[in-house]
Design a protein around this ligand. Structure first.
Ligand SMILES: *[C@@H]1O[C@H](CO)[C@@H](O)[C@H](O)[C@H]1NC(C)=O
Ligand SMILES: *[C@@H]1O[C@H](CO)[C@@H](O)[C@H](O)[C@H]1NC(C)=O
Ligand SMILES: *[C@@H]1O[C@H](CO)[C@@H](O)[C@H](O)[C@H]1NC(C)=O
Ligand SMILES: *[C@@H]1O[C@H](CO)[C@@H](O)[C@H](O)[C@H]1NC(C)=O
Ligand SMILES: *[C@@H]1O[C@H](CO)[C@@H](O)[C@H](O)[C@H]1NC(C)=O
Ligand SMILES: *[C@@H]1O[C@H](CO)[C@@H](O)[C@H](O)[C@H]1NC(C)=O
Ligand SMILES: *[C@@H]1O[C@H](CO)[C@@H](O)[C@H](O)[C@H]1NC(C)=O
Ligand SMILES: *[C@@H]1O[C@H](CO)[C@@H](O)[C@H](O)[C@H]1NC(C)=O
Length: 618
């Protein structure tokens, strides 16, 4: 165990210990002065005292200057060693079985593009909604921007966000765009992943055509940073290096980025967010059980690294002049499938980092973002539980963090558990070391961990089929040592666990030693989708989640010295949670029939919280 890790885990242990074990009796109130021993009852003239002072959300200021963070297209193109070709393919509308085309000799022609969709063989899907062309935005009426009544309880801290803190909102392409077979996009794993009886409605939020309106709404609420992803298959429908670029795709994101900037907002771009091109999986069994993670994302494919790097360079060439923050991979462990996948992610990320800074001369920031529900020891005084928590966190984060942040080897726990592992060589370690400007993480919640029945060693020699606890080989629970839930429960796996966030941020910063970017955080209120609209919009549990998480983040920054670079709320609107529209993570509601959006209370509460604590630079 590394010393830094040991210290961090011990620190986490000490904090948890205070929470669990040393608070005896009622909550201390040292700041309260004792009132007189008896109240003085009296009659007073009565009047209504409530005030209905109206407050409005404040729009993000219009841009005053343009910031360049990389070479413009022509110069960037010169730095790229390969020639680029572009073309267009059009759209596949439902009802057409196959788009007829006669250019069957062209391996990247219209007929070949149609075959991609024919081979994808989508069953019972819906892909075209109300719109097939970009909708012009309309200004947001001030009547929609009136702040809701405050919740009675809320944070009372006196901190501000540092001047360079990035506050924003996030979403991913597959979950909001729709238009899956339109304007030249090729098929992705997202259209094949949902194999059970969940709805195969890929229209999602029709953001591909409604992005201007969506962005207007965010700007009107004062949101500065907008974190989105681009589907590889919209840029390169045929996936591989040398295949033509989809002109309509480039134009779309060019327009999106320019519109973000025009509104005074800043784009944050994720290169891949779960929507692997189907190319990598066409001969694979996508329901096969992985060694690690949830899905077979195709990252293990022998062509993956070169193809991903080629795609990433194409994005840089077109957009690096205007996009200052880049994330290569979203939660790569969930799609890694096996050790080859993890290793490929490490290599591909490092190559793109080197290209971005060393070849292109990009002056923005580039990193990755990982998943991990922070594992906290069930009994913080029990060394076995502390070791287990260490293993759990290290296995999910260290595969990427050790080499890419620290230039250190893959964790022993990974090397000893997964089949077919190979340590990085000295040369590889040197190349991949220190190739990230930030450590992105999606710290939604925490989980209580302890030793598995039979112990770690027996479990780690098995596989996912024979042991459901493999590969982490820890018992995970949602209750603390006394049987209480660790926090208020949501519609899905998220529990409201703000106090653990603070110790998690300390653990991450001390262990991986890079600025921490909270790439996503959010809370799907239980049964929200079953409620009437006004009741959905008054989402106090979500406000409690966001304000407490942000308040704990401020404490981590100012009291614990943790460099937290920014935080992006997931998500800016309810969306498609992988076949499911009921797990609503949004700070806006969406009417699925009309595609209308409605601001929820938590959105106002959050911009009020951040605005009231804004550093000078915000
Ligand atoms: C209502 O507003 C008046 C005038 O702004 C102020 O003096 C009073 O304290 C307010 N009352 C409450 C209950 O906020
Ligand atoms: C497709 O829809 C039909 C009619 O609703 C249904 O019988 C069939 O099971 C569906 N197939 C799949 C794969 O969902
Ligand atoms: C694919 O994997 C699933 C789950 O492991 C298995 O049940 C199924 O038989 C496999 N299909 C093929 C064609 O190998
Ligand atoms: C990962 O999975 C792929 C596809 O099944 C396979 O070719 C490769 O050998 C696997 N890697 C390891 C280390 O098992
Ligand atoms: C990592 O890279 C950054 C940026 O090039 C540099 O400032 C820093 O000193 C490097 N850190 C280490 C430990 O090499
Ligand atoms: C620590 O926990 C393990 C199981 O997680 C248990 O077997 C052991 O007895 C505990 N040790 C102490 C000192 O409580
Ligand atoms: C899992 O382990 C069992 C028992 O050793 C073995 O029979 C099976 O083939 C393994 N499954 C996989 C997917 O490796
Ligand atoms: C969506 O909007 C339509 C038309 O205004 C309305 O009839 C319907 O009730 C709305 N749906 C929900 C879930 O509110």
């Amino acid at each position: 165990m590394k010393t830094a890790l040991l210290l961090a885990v011990l620190a986490a242990g000490v904090q948890a210990q205070e929470l669990y074990l040393t608070t005896i009796g009622y909550t201390a109130r040292p700041h309260c002065t004792r009132p007189p021993s008896t109240p003085s009852y009296r009659f007073e003239p009565f009047s209504y005292t409530q005030n209905e002072t109206v407050r409005y959300a404040t729009s993000v200021p219009s841009p005053t200057a343009t910031h360049t963070c990389g070479p413009a297209y022509a110069e960037a193109l010169e730095k790229l060693s390969t020639a680029l070709s572009t073309t267009t393919w059009g759209s596949w509308l439902p009802g057409e079985t196959v788009i007829s085309a006669t250019d069957t000799d062209d391996q990247y022609g219209q007929a070949a593009w149609s075959s991609l969709w024919a081979e994808a063989d989508l069953v019972n899907y819906t892909s075209v909604g109300m719109y097939t062309t970009t909708v012009s935005p309309t200004p947001i009426p001030s009547s929609e921007l009136v702040l809701p009544p405050r919740d009675y309880f809320g944070p009372t801290d006196c901190y501000t966000f540092p001047e360079d803190f990035l506050f924003g909102v996030a979403a991913s392409a597959a979950q909001i765009e729709g238009a899956i077979a339109l304007e030249g996009r090729g098929p992705t794993l997202m259209e094949k992943l949902i194999q059970d009886n969940r709805p195969k409605n890929y229209i999602t939020n029709e953001n591909y055509y409604l992005y201007k309106q969506d962005l207007q709404r965010l700007a009107a609420m004062g949101v500065k940073y907008y974190s989105f992803s681009i589907p590889w298959s919209r840029i390169l429908p045929f996936t591989v290096p040398g295949s033509p670029i989809n002109e309509e795709g480039i134009k779309h994101y060019d327009d999106l980025i320019n519109y973000i900037l025009e509104l005074g907002m800043v784009p944050v771009l994720t290169i891949i967010h779960f929507d692997s091109p189907l190319y990598f999986l066409k001969d694979a069994n996508i329901s096969a059980t992985p060694d690690i993670g949830y899905n077979n994302g195709g990252y293990w494919h022998p062509e993956f690294v070169d193809a991903f790097v080629n795609y990433g360079k194409i994005l840089f060439t077109h957009f690096a002049d205007r996009v200052p923050v880049w994330t290569t991979f979203n939660e790569p462990l969930l799609y890694a499938y096996n050790f080859t996948g993890i290793n490929n992610v490490v290599q591909a990320h490092a190559q793109l980092y080197h290209y971005y800074h060393d070849v292109l001369g990009g002056t923005g920031k580039i990193g990755f973002k990982l998943n991990n529900n922070f594992g906290v020891p069930k009994d913080p005084e029990n060394q076995t539980d502390i070791d287990i928590a260490d293993r759990f966190n290290e296995m999910q984060l260290g595969g990427f963090g050790n080499p890419l942040c620290l230039g250190e080897q893959y964790p022993e726990s990974l090397l000893q558990t997964l089949p077919g592992t190979q340590p990085l060589t000295k040369e590889e370690l040197k190349y991949v070391s220190n190739t990230t400007d930030f450590f992105g993480v999606d710290p939604y919640t925490a989980t209580v961990v302890s030793a598995p029945p039979g112990g770690v060693n027996a479990c780690s020699q098995q596989n996912m089929t024979t042991n459901p606890l493999y590969p982490y080989c820890v018992t995970q629970e949602v209750t603390n040592i006394y049987g209480w839930n660790i926090g208020y429960r949501s519609e899905s796996y998220v529990y409201l666990t703000p106090t653990y966030l603070r110790s998690y941020l300390s653990y991450l910063y001390s262990t991986f030693r890079k600025p921490i970017l909270i790439g996503e955080f959010g809370f799907p209120v239980h049964d929200e989708s079953l409620r009437e609209l006004p009741d959905q919009l008054f989402d106090s549990p979500r406000s409690q989640y966001y304000l407490s998480f942000l308040s704990e983040t401020l404490k981590a920054i100012w009291e614990d010295g943790v460099h937290v670079m920014g935080a992006f709320a997931w998500s800016f609107a309810d969306n498609w949670e992988f076949g499911d529209y009921a797990a609503q993570f949004g700070i806006q509601a969406v009417n699925r029939t009309t595609q209308e959006r409605f601001f929820k209370k938590s959105f106002f509460d959050m911009v009020d919280f951040v605005g009231a604590r804004a550093g000078l630079g915000y």
